[in-house]
Design a protein around this ligand. Structure first.
Ligand code: ZN
Length: 169
């Protein structure tokens, strides 16, 4: 099996995985992230105790990439410190922008590295980063709903698919 097929398999399997699909009892942070351009909707909940993300889960609907990305992210951050989670977020964004070192991505992001091919599919980038943006904002104390169409300016727009003449396929 080549790497591309393996990555596709990881994304498909994780998009259907149910072990992270649950509300979190006693959650300290909860934020709903929406990607209107695809219809992805993820409510992320987690519990921080002594600087450690002791439990995390999500409830959501949307495309396979958004759902797989959320589940893979939770697998990665659960049991880790808030600082480590922030490092993973940074590395994930760098990977999607094609700016991360391959070894670092494979060593640290584990199965979430399967999403690196998305950097070549601009229309799906928002799907892949939705849960990670939501986590970042939730760690910053944001609650309620975060609409990622409306917050493009804050993100700097460096990996938006529209307005820069990119063609698909
Ligand atoms: Zn999507």
């Amino acid at each position: 099996m080549d790497l591309k097929s393996l990555y596709t398999q990881i994304i498909t399997e994780n998009s259907r995985a149910t072990h992270n699909r649950h509300p979190v009892l006693g959650a300290t942070n909860s934020l709903e992230g929406i990607n209107p351009s695809c219809g992805d909707d993820i409510t992320l909940q987690f519990k921080v105790e002594d600087g450690i993300i002791s439990d995390a889960g999500f409830i959501g609907t949307g495309c396979a990439i958004s759902q797989a990305s959320a589940s893979l992210m939770i697998d990665l951050i659960k049991g880790k410190s808030v600082d480590e989670a922030r490092h993973y977020i940074e590395l994930f964004f760098a990977m999607i922008k094609g700016e991360a070192k391959e070894e670092e991505v494979l060593d640290e992001l584990e199965d979430a590295a399967a999403l690196q091919g998305i950097s070549h599919v601009p229309a799906r980038v928002k799907c892949a980063v939705l849960s990670w943006h939501t986590l970042e904002e939730a760690l910053d104390g944001k609650t309620g709903v975060s609409d990622h169409e409306a917050s493009e300016d804050e993100d700097g727009g460096s990996y938006e698919e529209d307005g820069d003449g990119l063609t698909l396929g």
